[in-house]
Unconditional design. Structure first.
Length: 478
């Protein structure tokens, strides 16, 4: 039991050389009864500044790496005009190499995060992305650029599934979806930024047109890496590894932050945690096999939906006879749809069950994308492109939250990393397939194959996906 001493002068108390208010003293005494119930204590926390600080630090890296995720298409388009004569070669050097790297990074860092901790991985992956991007910007050889983009992709591969895992574990269940949505809402503001950077560096086209965006992204990554050293480890992960005293200390720190804002803490629900070793094979055990296979199928085909539009949107505009300069400018307008869509999603993600949100937004993107392909009006093309982007980012927020919350804590990052790696691998295949075989046949044919992908993911999630919205992670994983 901790010893506390009243000061003679009044309401303040003294603990280990620091003054406490009366409310903090009462909390400290009552907290002795619930110490160790890490999950229950985290679930009871009202949303406060400590949550937003955490989300901002997580978002910083997501913002930087989304620059590349959404900007690789315009960078490849510029690269094909400046250095390589073929768009297929440029897509291979930038997009394919990058997504293959993400495939490796998702599996490797996903597993590492379950073994060594969420914070540990967050302090490694941005360095790979930052240095890989910066060095690639100094190169002119196809093979060297491809290798460096592959290395940068490894870093990004560790980011996205871990963001989903980390955020899901640090937010209360009833606000988990909005926490993830807020991270991606702020992160997607990078879309028009990278489009603007590429536009101005390419106006007019010159030796530095594709290099400046890479240097910009790499430099931003190193700055965010330094800020991320302030992150706390996930108490859920610590408790699952038997490191309860460390988990207690972090939760108590967050509880004290909440109390300093004048908020109250209700009694926590008791949640038992069994310490278990993390094994990759568990993802294919009887209890998790169906979910793992469901998400592998989903992730393989969702990449064709999302990146079939995101990466190739500049090519779609060029195919309609729009000039490269105007294509880059219109891409900025279309990319704002990601931001507006994510803001909209922030307000609905915890009110709509995730599985139905995934299906609805995918179908919406398909309908709008087909109209985008059929219209001959430039203004309507840009408007429909904006609405497709709006739908796709709703789709993205829903499934990023979903893929982390359906796995138990001990293998959450491993599971999210494994299934996410499938989408990185399939992106490198499907985008090239669409570019080589369907785009030459026209935009209607291109969106026709995307509709096949939409049908597959809708049936997959609709039939096999569990409901998750508003439930505790520990209840979902049962």
């Amino acid at each position: 039991m901790v010893s506390f001493y009243y000061l003679v002068s009044g309401e303040n108390l003294f603990k280990n050389g620091f003054y406490l208010t009366l409310s903090e003293f009462i909390f400290a005494m009552s907290n002795e009864k619930v110490k160790g119930n890490v999950i229950g204590r985290m679930e009871r926390l009202p949303i406060s500044r400590v949550h937003y600080k955490f989300l901002l630090l997580v978002m910083g890296g997501e913002w930087v790496e989304t620059l590349m995720l959404l900007g690789n298409g315009v960078i490849a388009a510029v690269l094909s005009s400046v250095l390589f004569s073929s768009i297929t070669v440029a897509v291979t050097a930038i997009t394919t190499a990058f997504f293959l790297g993400e495939t490796v990074g998702s599996v490797f860092f996903g597993r590492l995060a379950d073994l060594k901790g969420r914070r540990t991985v967050f302090l490694i992956n941005l360095l790979l992305f930052g240095f890989g991007s910066i060095i690639a910007g100094f190169m002119s050889n196809f093979y060297v650029i491809s290798v460096l983009m592959f290395i940068a992709g490894i870093g990004v591969g560790g980011e996205f599934p871990l963001v989903d895992t980390y955020t899901s574990e640090m937010m209360p269940g009833k606000l988990r979806g909005s926490g993830v949505a807020l991270v991606y809402t702020l992160a997607v503001t990078s879309a028009p930024v990278i489009a603007l950077v590429t536009y101005f560096s390419s106006h007019p086209l010159n030796y530095y047109s594709w290099r400046i965006p890479l240097w910009f992204m790499g430099g931003a990554a190193l700055i965010v890496w330094a800020l991320r050293t302030r992150l706390d480890e996930s108490p859920r992960w610590l408790e699952s590894k038997g490191r309860r005293s460390e988990a207690d200390a972090i939760v108590e720190k967050w509880e004290n932050e909440v109390l300093r804002e004048g908020k109250t803490l209700p009694e926590p629900e008791k949640t038992e945690v069994v310490e278990e070793h993390s094994k990759i094979s568990e993802l294919f055990s009887h209890s998790l096999r169906k979910r793992t296979i469901m998400m592998i199928i989903f992730q393989f085909f969702q990449s064709g939906i999302f990146y079939g539009f995101v990466v190739l949107a500049p090519e779609f505009l060029l195919d309609k006879g729009i000039s490269l300069v105007n294509t880059l400018l219109f891409s900025i307008l279309i990319d704002t749809g990601f931001i507006v869509g994510s803001i909209f999603n922030y307000f609905i993600i915890d009110k709509v069950d995730r599985k139905y949100g995934i299906i609805g937004s995918a179908v919406s993107a398909g309908i709008l994308g087909t109209a985008f392909a059929l219209t001959s009006s430039t203004a309507l093309t840009v408007l429909l492109g904006f609405l497709v982007a709006f739908s796709l980012w709703n789709f993205s927020n829903f499934f990023h939250t979903y893929q982390a919350e359906i796995f138990p804590t001990r293998v959450r990052s491993t599971g999210a990393g494994l299934v996410y790696s499938i989408s990185r691998f399939s992106t490198s295949i499907l985008v090239l397939m669409i570019t080589a075989f369907f785009l030459p046949l026209g935009l209607v044919a291109t969106f026709g194959i995307i509709w096949v992908f939409i049908a597959i993911v809708s049936l997959d999630i609709g039939i096999f996906g569990p409901k998750t919205t508003g439930r505790k992670l520990e209840d979902i994983s049962k």
